[in-house]
Design a protein around this ligand. Structure first.
Ligand SMILES: Cc1cc2nc3c(=O)[nH]c(=O)nc-3n(C[C@H](O)[C@H](O)[C@H](O)COP(=O)(O)OP(=O)(O)OC[C@H]3O[C@@H](n4cnc5c(N)ncnc54)[C@H](O)[C@@H]3O)c2cc1C
Length: 500
């Protein structure tokens, strides 16, 4: 069950949240005089140990193991929940003057520990800023406050305006629109509607010193210097705090279509997906499961890879897409499209992770992207590398988001830690998958982002010169390093970053 319009905890603490301890202890405390200034400037400020324990964790699977031991990853000393841009700016000004760490936190559905306040200080809870601000139906644009939860946003868009943004992550009920932008997220219907960086048209952002900046938003395809929207898309709270977003919208779709195919191999299915995109077809959903996942989800014959296709748009466009797809899948077995029912029923079910973790299994997912040219090799190499790690129970994959130049592969891996060394096995799993992907030319992440867990791979993934450029941008925008310290960058005013 999810909490509508509020964060949903990944797993219950075994005791009162106010009495759990911090896995990364020793965070910066907020002095009484600073706390008084924060209380004067922000409508809600909590120092309640239960509130800060909950806000100190997200859905990072490793932290779920810590939660079962009565630990939250880290605690902010105070949790501020502003309800306006002015309040966000005031909180940031105070923290910047006092050189206090500030970690923006919203739905807390991140899976990489991005919102964990590793150095304590202030947690900036963005969920107080919610609601649709403006709809320009003629231009199909919508402005929405950053702390609005995804399901509430989509429901309101459809019910009140007959529109959709088409951004439908599995975590839609767990996450906020600001979190989507901050993490460079992807919805399950992205092949038609695009990823969040394609959907965002403008942003309101508050910088570390409290300056309010508006980027984009004045019309399409502006040739007014570099696109500053994209500076903040994927910045994970390290460069500024997003308070409002302008998104591209679409009339709610009137037509729909489905298809399913079975391939002899994952590589053959990937090739069909490549041809579908190459022919400019853009069905909302194009998901290809490897043989292990196909059998697990659909009980299909051993060795078969299932491709699910779902589209929604004007019926003429849907029909045209399905025709192109049928041509590209001519060599595959045509399967019953009712396979889509199972996916549609279970696609937003988030209960499975807790069950697995409680069963003592160490599990995680690693989503990466790569060129079509490299994807079959990346797939084979990762599966072989993980199968060779002692303790691995399963490593499987599906292709979840496709483009003309490549796609996202989403690996799910699970194992039993030898001797109960959960952290050791977990780290080895991540090292194995990530280093294999990078060695074969793939990208570090497609939509979950970097967070705390992937920070150690960033220099290798970007290359030192590009990483140094990003560090220069960080220094220019946040010279005191207060925004989400410990993420992306290893050097912080508060010492060594844990879990690097
Ligand atoms: C079961 C499950 C399924 C998921 N499926 C998907 C999926 O299909 N697609 C996908 O893309 N992701 C998915 N995710 C990951 C997660 O939901 C996304 O990363 C989401 O965008 C995070 O949003 P949030 O509001 O929960 O942000 P949080 O987890 O609270 O924060 C994430 C990061 O964003 C920063 N941040 C948050 N709000 C702001 C803001 N207003 N300004 C600046 N920085 C901010 C935080 O500091 C942190 O660094 C899934 C997660 C779970 C648990």
């Amino acid at each position: 069950m999810t909490n509508r319009g509020a964060p949903t905890s990944p797993i219950e603490f075994p005791k009162d949240p106010s009495s759990v301890s911090e896995h990364f202890a020793g965070g910066v405390e907020v002095a009484d005089d600073v706390l008084a200034r924060l209380r004067d400037s922000c409508s809600a400020v909590s120092v309640d140990a239960g509130d800060t324990a909950e806000a100190g964790r997200d859905w990072w699977p490793l932290a779920m193991h810590w939660a079962m031991n009565g630990e939250t990853p880290a605690r902010a000393s105070a949790l501020c929940t502003p309800n306006s841009t002015d309040e966000v700016a005031a909180v940031l000004r105070i923290c910047n003057d006092a050189h206090l760490p500030v970690t923006p936190v919203a739905g807390r559905s991140g899976v990489c520990g991005a919102s964990v306040p590793v150095f304590g200080g202030v947690g900036l809870d963005m969920t107080g800023m919610k609601g649709i601000v403006d709809v320009d139906d003629a231009s199909l644009l919508v402005n929405v406050k950053a702390g609005t939860f995804g399901d509430v946003f989509e429901d309101d868009m459809r019910a009140q305006f007959g529109l959709t943004c088409g951004h439908w992550p599995q975590s839609i009920a767990l996450s906020t629109v600001g979190g989507w932008v901050a993490c460079r997220g992807a919805g399950q219907y992205s092949t038609r509607y695009g990823k969040i960086e394609d959907i965002v048209r403008g942003l309101e952002v508050v910088l570390a010193d409290g300056t309010v900046v508006h980027t984009g938003g004045r019309g399409p395809r502006q040739a007014v210097g570099p696109d500053l929207n994209q500076l903040f898309v994927g910045s994970e709270g390290t460069l500024g705090v997003i308070t409002e977003a302008q998104f591209r919208a679409h009339p709610a779709p009137t037509g729909t279509g489905r298809a399913a195919y079975g391939f002899d191999s994952f590589a053959a299915g990937l090739e069909a997906c490549r041809l579908i995109l190459r022919a400019d077809a853009n069905p909302a959903v194009l998901r290809l499961y490897d043989a292990r996942e196909s059998r697990r989800h659909f009980d299909t014959p051993r060795g078969q890879s299932v491709l699910l296709v779902l589209d929604e748009a004007d019926q003429a466009l849907v029909d045209a897409n399905l025709k192109v797809i049928a041509d590209a899948c001519a060599s595959a077995e045509v399967l019953d499209p009712h396979l889509l029912d199972h996916w549609l029923e279970s696609r937003n079910d988030v209960a499975g992770l807790e069950k697995t973790v409680r069963g003592g299994i160490v599990v995680d997912t690693t989503e990466i992207s790569g060129r079509w040219r490299d994807l079959p090799t990346i797939y084979d190499a990762v599966i072989a590398a993980m199968d060779a790690v002692p303790g691995t129970i399963a490593c499987t994959s599906h292709q979840s988001h496709a483009y003309t130049d490549g796609a996202c592969l989403y690996f799910t891996w699970a194992g039993a830690a030898e001797g109960g060394d959960v952290e050791g096995w977990y780290r080895r799993g991540w090292d194995t998958v990530t280093n294999t992907v990078l060695a074969h030319g793939g990208a570090l992440s497609h939509h979950h982002g970097v967070g705390l867990n992937r920070g150690r791979f960033l220099v290798n993934a970007m290359g030192q010169p590009a990483f140094d450029l990003l560090a220069s941008v960080k220094h220019a925008l946040d010279p005191n390093g207060i925004l989400n310290p410990g993420k992306f960058f290893a050097d912080t005013p508060w010492g060594q970053v844990p879990w690097r």
